[in-house]
Write a protein that binds this ligand. Structure first.
Ligand SMILES: O=C(O)CCC(=O)C(=O)O
Length: 279
């Protein structure tokens, strides 16, 4: 199904993003919110960023997330942007608690993944309203055309990236665009697009899930072999090990597979400098 208009595809090429499109029904979004809050709510940070957080790659742990990462309309749109053979490489549940001060500094996703070529697209699925008041994602249109820029660590407890990493460049944010969304809307951003999000100043959670999709010809540049899940088409390249689907929420094999997948991801983070900044 054609989801994105030609103008939206052109905007993705030229500006690096497509703003929120309604791709899930209200009831789908409401159910996924319940699921996400049940499975990926308050997490204990045990002093080590390498824990197998339920907020990372949840599609390996929970059948509902396995279904959402394969949502046909989301994949139809992704196919228009990166072609028919699609892997999901990573996923993050971005849950901002009310008045928590949590924020995401200016960054480019590519910095963390060590993938080439730079064809990864993030589909950000809104499960709650996402507004300037609760810290919606803000993008810098066209910033994906300046290539991979350096990042530095900026330790801040409230930064939602593991090391508070942020772009070294001075950012002129006067042209920033805030992606306001309603539950069920999905935005798309290019792996080199600079983006951030501000703290949630409201009394309700702001929740979105960022699915990182790549065409199967993309490869990881580090020495560690990573895993990914084919969600559409065919994988004729074999650049990643396949991942199993969970059969239930307490599936011990799934818990182990999730742990192994994230462990490899963290090992890779030590293998190449960019991945040292993994979130
Ligand atoms: O949800 C957020 O506030 C940040 C999202 C983000 O950085 C991403 O999806 O790459």
């Amino acid at each position: 199904m054609t989801i994105l208009t030609e103008a939206e595809c052109a905007q993705y090429r030229d500006a690096g993003y497509v703003a929120g499109k309604r791709l899930l029904t209200e009831s789908e979004a409401a159910q996924y919110r319940v699921d996400a809050e049940r499975c990926c709510g308050p997490q204990k940070r045990v002093g080590d960023r390498r824990q197998a957080s339920n907020r990372l790659k949840p599609y390996l742990l929970f059948p509902w997330a396995g279904e959402l990462v394969r949502h046909p309309k989301v994949l139809d749109a992704v196919e228009q942007l990166i072609g028919p053979d699609i892997l999901v490489f990573h996923t993050t549940v971005w849950l901002k608690e009310p008045m928590s001060g949590s924020f995401v500094p200016w960054h480019q996703d590519a910095t963390y993944f060590g993938l080439e070529p730079f064809e990864h697209v993030t589909a950000w699925v809104a499960l709650t309203p996402s507004t300037p008041e609760n810290g919606c994602v803000e993008v810098l249109p066209g910033s994906h055309t300046t290539g991979q820029r350096p990042h530095k660590d900026q330790r801040d407890e409230r930064a939602m990236l593991s090391r508070g990493q942020t772009l070294t460049d001075a950012i002129d944010d006067s042209g920033g665009v805030r992606l306001e969304m309603q539950p069920g809307d999905v935005s798309f951003h290019h792996t080199l697009l600079m983006h951030r999000s501000a703290p949630n100043q409201t009394q309700d959670r702001r929740i979105g899930i960022g699915f990182s999709y790549i065409p199967t010809h993309v490869r990881h540049t580090g020495p560690t072999r990573l895993s990914a899940t084919l969600v559409r088409g065919e994988d004729r390249h074999g650049n990643f090990d396949p991942e199993p689907m969970p059969v239930g929420e307490a599936d011990p094999a799934a818990v182990e597979a999730h742990y192994q997948a994230l462990s490899r991801f963290w090992v890779a983070s030590e293998g190449i400098p960019e991945m040292a900044h993994a979130h």
